[in-house]
Design a protein around this ligand. Structure first.
Ligand code: GLY
Length: 292
């Protein structure tokens, strides 16, 4: 049966000198997920593998190279969900974990859905997730940007959505959140139904952008609901971003796959790097903005 994966590197302007790096990273992430899917592996494993690639690349705000909070420290949010059992796991305001998406995956295997702060880090350590000194996640370019402006501002997020050859869906998100955010601030990314959702009867979606606006609109669930009602992934994505703009304003983007395996995306920012691959394709395609 057919499979598909799409990843994003956040809804945000991409400078000309970052286009190649964004395309390369998104293509590599989609290929990492596809390598699992083409062998009959699960959507969940594919999403985790793809997001780990994006977390390692400082061109994106997740894992290494995350945006710094008001104290100049990295606090990460991440979540993963699968659409068969509606199982989900998430971490929020976690520090000193190299791959927050893998910590979220471990939470999914417990009786809880979301762990935060020091408790989340302790759990990650007990689960064998790779820890690091929190300062090791700081990239020099992010530090320079943080020093240049003291204003809270949107950064970006990474995400992935996949459908495997059994027809199971998964979605994931990972982010450093807003630059200069208040310590302890949690965005949409680790919140099920807001920053991501997966349900085999509809498809799956991963969000990026202004977390406070995405949360107020429950955007991931809104898109899943539209797909459940037969609206294709692309139209459901476009309608949700337009509705957010109308009701609360803000900048955001999303990627989605509907239950027929159709890929969709939308963003009201100038760019949103994406990479995608389906069982029909020999290698991943990538683009820094949606081509209409
Ligand atoms: N969408 C990421 C955040 O607001 O933290």
């Amino acid at each position: 049966m057919a499979w598909a994966i799409i990843v994003h590197g956040g809804a945000h302007p991409v400078a000309d000198d970052k286009i190649d790096a964004s395309d390369r990273a998104c293509g590599a992430a989609a290929d990492a997920g596809a390598a699992i899917l083409e062998k009959g592996g699960s959507a969940l494993d594919a999403v985790e593998a793809a997001i780990r690639v994006l977390e390692d690349d400082p061109v994106f705000n997740a894992g290494y190279g995350s945006a710094l909070n008001a104290d100049g420290e990295v606090e990460n949010d991440a979540a993963i969900m699968e659409g068969e059992k509606l199982a989900a796991g998430a971490v929020a305001s976690i520090r000193g974990v190299r791959h927050p998406i893998s910590a979220a995956r471990k939470v999914m295997e417990t009786e809880h859905v979301l762990l935060s702060g020091e408790g989340a880090r302790r759990f990650a350590e007990q689960s064998g997730v790779e820890l690091c000194d929190p300062t090791e996640l700081i990239d020099e370019e992010q530090r320079r940007e943080w020093e240049a402006s003291k204003k809270t501002r949107g950064s970006d997020t990474v995400g992935a959505v996949a459908m495997d050859s059994r027809g199971v869906f998964a979605a994931g998100t990972s982010t450093g959140g807003l630059m200069h955010k208040r310590p302890g601030r949690i965005g949409d990314s680790p919140l099920v139904g807001l920053g991501l959702y997966a349900d085999n009867s509809a498809g799956a979606v991963s969000m990026t952008g202004d977390g406070e606006m995405i949360m107020r609109m429950a955007l991931a669930h809104r898109i899943t609901n539209s797909m459940c009602n037969g609206i294709d992934a692309d139209r459901a994505s476009e309608e949700a971003i337009a509705a957010m703009e109308r009701r609360v304003g803000g900048e955001a983007g999303c990627i989605a796959i509907d239950r027929h395996g159709q890929l969709g995306q939308a963003h009201n920012t100038s760019h949103m790097p994406t990479g995608w691959r389906t069982s029909e394709m020999a290698s991943a395609a990538a683009s820094v903005k949606k081509e209409h």
